[in-house]
Design a protein around this ligand. Structure first.
Ligand SMILES: [Fe+2]
Length: 247
């Protein structure tokens, strides 16, 4: 049975250090049957890889990104070389337009974008069975630094889920009987937000939606990122950033 580790935002190369061999030495014992899950703000699919025309047909490269196409390869190669399979949900700091032009496939019971053979985007509103545990995933969040960003260059409106993604989430939860082992999101529900004093104080449609799942959805633990803190907020909600926890 594969081992599963979960950690917080990596932001491209900015916060990738926690997955270095020195800080995460256990990876030497792992294989591609083991998993590291990043709960949003993966930030690697940003400019596109050098074979973007094959991997992302239909993606229109923003003029300001044109000279950087191919820049994603270095980090994707880094993850691909690791002794584990990398899974990530999307956060707010992702190029959602680029992510959404990767081919969709079904993997372990839910829909994914396979970025590389062992780098996989867990899409919104999905339920997966991975190494003996079940997971509900719902990426996305609001950017508090929106005012410093340019639309379709460094900020994308799809940072928050569409109506279809909310509907798909509810349908998939209906199908699994509203019971999973773990919930993985980037932001947390408004109820959890109230218990935290952070720099992300605002409630929005997604945090309200996540709150609305409470009481109906049965789960053991809910992991989320976004707040750039490591904190066990209450019995079954844990904010992750630098910590790499094993399930
Ligand atoms: Fe972040």
């Amino acid at each position: 049975m594969g081992r599963i580790f979960i950690t917080g935002d990596t932001h491209g190369e900015n916060d990738i250090g926690k997955l270095n061999t020195r800080l995460f030495p256990i990876q030497k014992q792992l294989t591609k049957d083991d998993y590291v899950i990043i709960v949003g703000d993966f930030g690697v699919c940003w400019y596109g890889g050098s074979n973007i025309e094959q991997t992302n047909p239909g993606y229109e490269i923003p003029p300001r990104h044109r000279s950087y196409v191919g820049k994603d390869d270095y980090l994707l190669d880094w993850y691909e070389r690791k002794n584990f399979t990398t899974l990530f949900i999307d956060g707010n700091h992702e190029n959602h337009k680029l992510l959404n032009t990767f081919a969709v496939e079904r993997w372990h019971g839910g829909l994914v974008h396979r970025i590389r053979p062992s780098v996989i985007h867990l899409m919104r509103g999905q339920v997966y069975e991975i190494a003996g545990s079940t997971f509900f995933t719902m990426g996305g969040a609001s950017s508090v630094d929106r005012m410093h960003r340019l639309e379709d260059v460094s900020w994308w409106s799809a940072e928050l889920p569409s109506n279809e993604e909310y509907e798909q989430a509810l349908d998939n939860l209906d199908q699994c009987g509203w019971k999973v082992d773990y919930v993985l999101t980037h932001c947390c529900g408004s109820n959890v937000l109230c218990q935290m004093r952070t720099h992300h104080p605002q409630s929005d449609k997604l945090t309200q939606f996540l709150m609305s799942l409470e009481g109906r959805l049965e789960y053991k633990m809910w992991y989320f990122g976004h707040h750039h803190i490591d904190r066990q907020v209450d019995r079954n909600h844990r904010a992750l950033y630098e910590d790499v926890v094993e399930l």
